[in-house]
Design a protein around this ligand. Sequence first.
Ligand SMILES: [Mg+2]
Length: 160
Amino acid sequence: MNPFRPRARARSVHELDYAALWERGIRALLFDLDNTLGLWRAGPPDVRTAELLRRLSAAGFKLAVISNGRLSQRPEVLDFFRELGIPVIWPARKPLPAGFRRALKVLETGPHETAVIGDQILTDVLGGNLMGLYTILVPPLSPNESRFTKFNRFLERWLR
Ligand SMILES: [Mg+2]
């Protein structure tokens, strides 16, 4: 299997077929934060995203956020997820395995029943694939992102 290739793609977290994921045996969802659930280095995700996360949780999915961001500088983001009861793993240093392992441990889930949803091949998809997770790539919410991410995207284009 090509570790740079997502198992699935979706247009956004709002357009993913979560019922189909459940059908496949997926019971836990790890969401990337920046440019997947919300804007890069921005405040908390919007109301629609909060609603989505509440619905998924009510449907029985275990949820976590796994971010490479420095979230100590964004306490309102941490508050947002705390209120939803969603653990946030940061800094995860994706694609390294430690953050993913921590997420699996916190959620008490196994790799075969866990999906990761994110906007970057070199962090979310590569890291998830190396852990044996079901990887789902979404396009970034906005072109606004770090220089490091821009460089990663350059490498992504080259990999394609
Ligand atoms: Mg991202």
